[in-house]
Design a protein around this ligand. Sequence first.
Ligand SMILES: Nc1nc2c(c(=O)[nH]1)N[C@H]1C(S)=C(S)[C@@H](COP(=O)(O)OP(=O)(O)OC[C@H]3O[C@@H](n4cnc5c(=O)[nH]c(N)nc54)[C@H](O)[C@@H]3O)O[C@H]1N2
Ligand SMILES: Nc1nc2c(c(=O)[nH]1)N[C@H]1C(S)=C(S)[C@@H](COP(=O)(O)OP(=O)(O)OC[C@H]3O[C@@H](n4cnc5c(=O)[nH]c(N)nc54)[C@H](O)[C@@H]3O)O[C@H]1N2
Ligand SMILES: [Mo]
Length: 563
Amino acid sequence: MQAFGSGAMTNSIHEMRDADCVFITGSNTAESHPVISYEVIRAARRGANVVIVDPRRIPLVEHATLFLQVKPGTDIYVFLAMMHTIIREGWADATFIAERTEGYDEFRAVVEEYTPERASLMSGVAVGDIEAAARIYALGERASGTSIYADAAPENGGRGHSTILYAMGITQRSNGTDLVMTLANLAMLNGQIGKLSTGVNPLRGQANVQGACDLGCLVNVFPGYQAVTDAEKRAALAAAWNVETLPGEVGLTVVEAMHAASEGKVRTVYVMGENPMMTDPNTNHVEKSLRGLDLLVVQDIFPSETAQLAHVILPAAASLEKDGSFTNTERRAQLLNPVVQAPGEAIPDWQITGEIAARFDAKMGIERESGYWYYNSSSEIFDELATVTPIYRGMSYARLAGEGLQWPCPDAEHPGTQYLHAGKFSRGRGKFNPVHANDPAEQPDDDYPLILTTGRVLYHYHSGTMTRRSGPLDWRDPGGYIEINPVDAASVDVQDDSGVVVESRRGRVLARTKISEHVPPGTVFLAFHWRESPANVLTQDFKLDPVAKIPEYKVCAVRVEKV
Ligand SMILES: Nc1nc2c(c(=O)[nH]1)N[C@H]1C(S)=C(S)[C@@H](COP(=O)(O)OP(=O)(O)OC[C@H]3O[C@@H](n4cnc5c(=O)[nH]c(N)nc54)[C@H](O)[C@@H]3O)O[C@H]1N2
Ligand SMILES: Nc1nc2c(c(=O)[nH]1)N[C@H]1C(S)=C(S)[C@@H](COP(=O)(O)OP(=O)(O)OC[C@H]3O[C@@H](n4cnc5c(=O)[nH]c(N)nc54)[C@H](O)[C@@H]3O)O[C@H]1N2
Ligand SMILES: [Mo]
């Protein structure tokens, strides 16, 4: 948003297969986005270079032409050194920088300080690999074959198309915002944006997380990313919704709300489709916060760990039991159709919310006309969304039938937008943000000598409320293990499948070991799916990213001991 004026995947999924270089960092694409990883493998088979920067030897490394195995939390030195090299070698796209961007000189002065030698010392990656990654990405070099893009031909300047994919390894960090801006800088430096098979592509997680953000399920914006602090936008929305005023203060993010609850400043929490007892950082603190509330409401499809603490549980229908729309990672809104009946008293979330809102109205003497509050169907809600959300304005259920539409889609004739920033950035000129390196908030020391990194595995989903009820998935991956390098296993004196205690400054969990060369020495990996070995008992919530307020799930310090 700060660099380009729009915070979403710039390009589309199917374009990846035609890229000349795919640069992946902080995304375990084959396990977290398997279908998207097929596009990466297609690109590799067609001769593209696949460059991966990640602390773990993830499955897609098998298809990579270059793998930079960084120490957790040190990738920013590598990105800065890549840009240092690109400028030094004259590989930058001077025309693009001059015509389409601003802030270059200040940015360049910062990058000057980050040599490949310094990055190598910090990250453990060889200087030659950093320089090779810089060249391949900047010039869009292929491993073999010729580009399908005419502007990549040698007689036309010869720069191939490079695309960046990233996910939680970049954002779940105490300097996550800086890291995202660094990747945006990298793309602009080489003009690798605003064209097919290029861009900066955050792979979104939950099926409808992009849609939830687009609709204003964030603490600082109304639908369509209209700032709550913008008085003009607030007034326009108040008029559309037929109310006198709308709140203009930015709210609390999830982790901030848990802190406010433990300080007694938040007294009621209404949780809808989240399981913070498993997925928020520092579980012991979360539990204390939730237990101290006057009222905890949990609206879920299953009795989750969080629901166990609730005063009121509202049973919701699952995604396959209701209609509605999902907006996926490539900004594509698609219709959802019920295929099974909801069990028992479960009803769709919008109807539960509508029933509650109607009761507030009733208290104030306002009678509802029909349906759930003001709505009779999810399609009516969508129509209202379209009227108040410029990027969705041209959409309706009728138009979403079939393949759906990609925003921005400003009017009823607009075909939707496959890739953003063609010719011009959403904010006008792209902005280079000068960003310095920063280290993780918690570093290993004598008491807690190992780095714990957390994340996902292919067969399970988050807190496991859904996937761990499935026999076949449990058979494929029964879980509860921590990945540890043979070197560290030897120093802790454990074999494969030994019982260990993993302890951080926040708490301790029991786990089984899985000895693996996929993690480098000094780093252990624990997925956060296992209620018997809950990773978030260990993670820290004291230092958040200053802008996004995301916790540093990817780096904290632990010790491992045999039991
Ligand atoms: N099977 C499965 N798929 C899922 C999910 C699931 O639970 N299960 N969840 C969905 C959701 S909501 C999301 S957000 C996505 C998340 O998708 P990903 O972000 O791909 O998932 P993570 O396992 O968190 O992996 C992050 C990657 O970052 C790497 N990493 C760790 N530390 C660092 C670092 O310091 N620097 C860099 N550059 N990389 C680092 C890890 O080794 C890992 O490869 O997955 C979605 N897909
Ligand atoms: N250590 C560590 N922690 C992490 C992460 C990490 O990488 N490491 N990743 C973070 C990320 S990216 C994410 S997205 C979060 C995920 O965190 P959560 O969203 O808390 O995890 P889920 O298990 O997906 O929980 C969703 C809940 O919604 C319920 N549910 C499913 N469908 C519906 C529905 O239609 N309606 C309602 N009302 N409920 C429904 C499920 O049963 C479940 O209880 O975890 C975060 N936590
Ligand atoms: Mo996520």
